[in-house]
Every structure is written in structure tokens, then in C-alpha cells.
Design a protein around this ligand. Sequence first.
Ligand code: GLA
Length: 725
Amino acid sequence: MSFLFDEKEKVFLINTEKTSYAMALVDDVNLHHVYYGKKIQSTNLRYLLREDVYPFIPSTAKRETNGYIESATFEYPQTGMGDYRDSAFCVRSMDGYRASELVYAGYNVMAGKPKLEGLPATWGEKCETLQIYLEDKLLGLKVTLNYSVFDGNDAIIRSVFVENQGKEPVYLEKVLSSCVEMFNKDFEMMTLPGSWARERHIQKMPVGYGRQNAASFRGKSSPQEHPFMALVTPGTNQTQGEVYAMNFVYSGNFIAQVERNEFDFVRMTMGIHPEGFCWKLEPGDTFTAPEVVNVYSATGLETMTRTFHHLYREHLIRSPYLHKERPILINNWEATYFDFDEKKLIDIAKEASKLGIEMLVMDDGWFGKRNNDDCSLGDWQVNEEKLKGGLPYLVEEVKKLGMKFGIWFEPEMICPDSDLFRAHPDWAIQIPGRDIIQSRAQYVLDLTRQEVVDAVYDMIDQVLKSADISYVKWDMNRFLTNLGSAALPADRQGEIYHRFMLGVYQLQERLITDYPDLLLENCSSGGGRFDPGMLYYSPQIWCSDDTDAIERLAIQEGTALIYPLSTMGAHVSVCPNHAIGRTTPFETRGNVALAGTFGYELDITKLSDEEKELVKEQTKQYHKYHRLVADGEYYRLASYQENNAYDCFMVVNSDQSKALVFYVQVLSHAQVKSRFVPLRGLDEAKTYSVNGVTYTGDVLNNVGLRIDIEWGDFQSKIFEIEALS
Ligand code: GLA
């Protein structure tokens, strides 16, 4: 990695191992984006500004300032002074004017990264940051653009600080975190839209003129849209094509947008969604915009995926569990829903412990008077009528079986029918005089208030102190509405969305600090808040409430496009599947779940003897394969979404001595007896054994592995590959 400022050319050049990013100054005042792409060494890049061609002639020409402002490629574009593309920054002064002129004011190169107060962020040594300072002299604003690069990783991580050095407060209406401009390129936009139980399906569409975006202002990153966007050149596949990707290290509202203008310039931006956002910045205060991870690949999607996987494994996830074997868990949600007591849970644990399962997770319904989803969120006290002997008894019984114990919470919520709401009706987010919109009979707690954060934390803390609890599933089952806080003044109500997220982050930070050995799994109506922000606190996130093995193929493919397999919560459940009613073989359900953090979500006491034997095999397989799945390099070989027939991917360890190929045949077709799938990532000079048969690496990579198709739909196989020489 290196940062260079060429004084003569007035060009900044950021170099990672394989990519370069360049900016140039015009008139020593305006900062322009000039290049992002394959690595270059030269700073001879001013020609890209076309300063001699109308309308790009800069402001010194005076006569036509507007033409220049509306067409040049700004590094951090702003509202109000003639750039009509979507901006990255918008500020309103106390007297109501909505404009800024951010001019260049210097730079700094620092070892490491500046701290992003209260926010999740990548971390680690062997990192350098370029800070570029911009200022608006009239308002007294200082804006710092941060660009961080870790040694050995091609991502460029951007965040923004805004400091009010003036005498008056200002209102920040938009502070995006990243903006990249490109010239004359045809692109397709890749995003990961979905819905509840159908999260992160890969979607590609051409980029036309005007604006296209992926966005959420639901108060969380959401299952509907995902804080990820990649622009890819047409024909891009796993190994070919150019890719410009952005992923937001944040779990609240976001916008990821592409805009193509009349000059065929393409502006790509990402940051906190401006909808509902207005932050009052007092003199002396600083606002921090969360970071965006920017990745460029000249060699297709696989390189992009690898850059994200390595960055997140090495520089984002902090949990010690990242490198530890996660206990195989059994969760009682799909087994019992709300209908359980301590006897039922102990029965499940007894059977599970015999089959190699290592942890019982008690899901929703253990607290207050919650026997359905109409009440009690916020009353985090054990329902001792349901669980006789309370938590200490239950946990001890489970531990006697040699198992660990985990528990479910939904800390951000409050039910109208709860003791907490009866005591503190103003603790729900609400607008006075309007009914609070209910969702699953619940409201959202006002976590912008420190006393609410403290009260919720104390309740969780009491429960965790009362017994030996190894795992917490942290759920979040609705969106935010009625944006109003009883504790904020009128001109700060626009801060609720972001302050709410800061409250959530504070809670999770306290939890993992006070309980460093706790395994935290985030969840949000399935995978509705699966984002890099959450991975900073929990090494795994429940991927989806849809546990059907075939539906999971698309969900897990979309998720693994960015996130390591070790982060994907994946369980075996019963058939017909509770989300969609499909029946698939037990083996296939196991093979699909083995590609994530493995577990079960079923009433194990009701399985047949044959199924129980399979559970024994699967739990053994998990221990055998887990490190390879968690740490291995991921190669997407075929996608059922694209070929409508089968799904295939592989993982390979770092010295290419071990690999696993996961294959799922979706529907059976007459006369399709076998197929040859070329592998990737094996050492072509090595000889390998594949499920006991010998091949050379060059043949497996270039000719392919023969996969015989089994009789019947939804069949699957795992191939174990081991180097012999
Ligand atoms: C959400 C989760 C489920 C389960 C229920 C409990 O939907 O995604 O796994 O925990 O809540 O109410």
C-alpha cells in the first residue's frame, strides 16, 4: 500500500497491491476524482480532467463556472452550487441556506485508522490512512475524507468526519461516506434485494441514464434491500470483468446509488440515507459518517468476494469465536414455537446430546407472560410458571448432559402489553398525538435515550448473571415508524434513526465487553440485518427464517458473495419446510447447512431412527469440515439461479492440500446421468484423492470433476479432496 501526493501534478495516488485510486486538485481548490481501477504507477493523470475542453474548463475561466461544476468529477460532491447530479453532502445553515463550497485545505497520512466513535469499523495494525481536509470558509466547516488501506488487502475503506469550527450550529442533511466517478463505461448494477425469508438474491440490471439505487429507510439495513452495490462491466462472471463494489459498515438506513449523466459519467455513492436524516452540529462538535468498503477487481467477482472475505475475517469480526469451533446448536423455535416448558426443553437436550449436538438454544417465549407474540417484549424476567425452577435449574440440567446453553432476546423492542410499557409509555419511539404503528404487536424502544439503553442492558445483564449462558441470539423483528423521541428537542428529531443505531451498537458493545466468552448471533426476522456493522459485534448472523435447503441456495449464494461462510447461520429443519412447504432429503438439508454455522431447528425427539443416525453423521462431518469451511478460500462454480439445474461451490485451504466441493442437484432431468464441473483453486502440480479416487490438479481444474446424478429431486453430495503429493 502507498500514498503519494505529486506536488507538481497536484495528484493524489493511493496504491493497494492490485488497484489504484487517484484524485487531482484544480486551482489548488477543487478536489476531483480522476481514476479508480487496475494498478498504475504514474501520477501523470491531469489529462483526465480535460481542463481545456468545454464544459470541463475550471472556475478560473469565470465566464462559465456552472458548466464546469455540473460536469466535472468531484471527489465529494455537494448540494447547492450547481452540481445537479445527486450529491454526497448537504448542509443547511442556521439562516436556512442549503449550500456549501468545500475547498481543499491540506492532507495528512497517518499510521493505522482514526477511531469512528460509537460505530463499527474495520481495525488492525499494518494499516495506513490518507486524510484529506476540505473546508467551507463561510460556515466554518471542516470535512475530513479518510481513505484507509490494510497491508495485503485491496479494499479502500472510506469514512467522513464533519467538524463545526464555526460560531453557529449547522444542520447536516446528508453526509454520505463514499463517492466514486467513472467515465465512459457501460455497467450493469448488481444488488442483493429480497424480502422476509428470501434475503439477498443476486440481481443484475443495466445502468441507464438517470439514477438507480438500493436503499432502506426502515431503520435497519433490511431484508428488502442490502447495503451493497457493485457496478460490473457487461459479461462479468466469476473470473472475468471489471467490478466496482461498495459495502456499508452500518446497520441502519442507507442509500447505494448509481447515476449516469449526459456525458456518460457514472457517479456511484453510498452512505446514510438522507431521508429522515438531519443532524444538528453545534460549534466544536464532530459528526462521523460510517465507513464504506470500496473494492475494485479487474478479474471478476471472485476477486471481489475474496477481498471482502479476507477483510471481514481479518479486520472486522472481533469475536474470539471466529477462530474457534462453534458449538453445534439446537434451537427450539421451529420445534415448539411458544409451546414449551422446562421438561420439553430438557427432553430435546437429552436426545440432542446423544447425537453430537453441543448446545441448546431457548428461543422466544421464556419471559414475562409471553405464550404468543402479542405481549411482554421488554419484560426480560423468566416466566417461572413455564420454566419451573427458573433458569438456574434448566441450565444446570442441560449442562449435566454435557451441553452449553443459549438464550434469545429482542432487546430493542417493547410491547404495548408489557409491564415496561405500562411503567414507561414514553420509552417507545412515537409522535405525540398519533397512534404508534404496531408491527407484530410491538413498538420500538427509544434507544436514543441513555436511561433506556441502561435499563435494557441491566435486564439482560441480570438474566445472563443468573445462570451459565454461553450464547445469545439477538433478534429485531420490526422496522421503525412514528419517528419521534420524547427526549429530543424539535430540531434534533431528525437524528433519531442514527442515534437509535448508536444505542444498539452501544448495547452490543457493552454485552461483548462484559461477557467476552459469549457467542453472540445477530438476527432480524431471519436475515433482515445481515450487514458488516453487525459482524463487528457478532461473528455469525442468522441468515434467513427460510430453512428450506433449495431456497437457501440462492440466499446463501447472495450472502457469500460478500460475507465469509463462517458468518452464515444455517440449520437443518423438518419437512415439509415451515416457510414454504417443500420436502427435501435430510442429507441435503445437512449438506446445505454445513456450508454455514451448523445447527438444528427441529424437535429432535420426533425424528425417526434413520434420521437420528444421519444427525450423528452430520455432527461428525461438521467437526471434520468446519475449519476448512470457515477459513478456506471460497469458489463459486455454478449457480442454480443462473443455470436452473444445479448449484456448486468449493472451499480450498491456504496450502491447497484440502478442499470440499458442495453440489446440489435441484430438479432431476431425464438422460442427465452425470456432469463434469471444472474446479478452481487446486494446485495444478499436485495429485489429489477425491472421495478416494485419484486425479491430478490440472485435470480437476481444467477438465472437471465428474459428478454422477442421483435418482430423484434435491439430491446433494459433498466431495472431499485431499492432496496426495
Ligand atoms: C424471528 C427469528 C426467528 C425466531 C422468531 C421468534 O422471526 O428470525 O428465528 O427467533 O423471531 O419470535
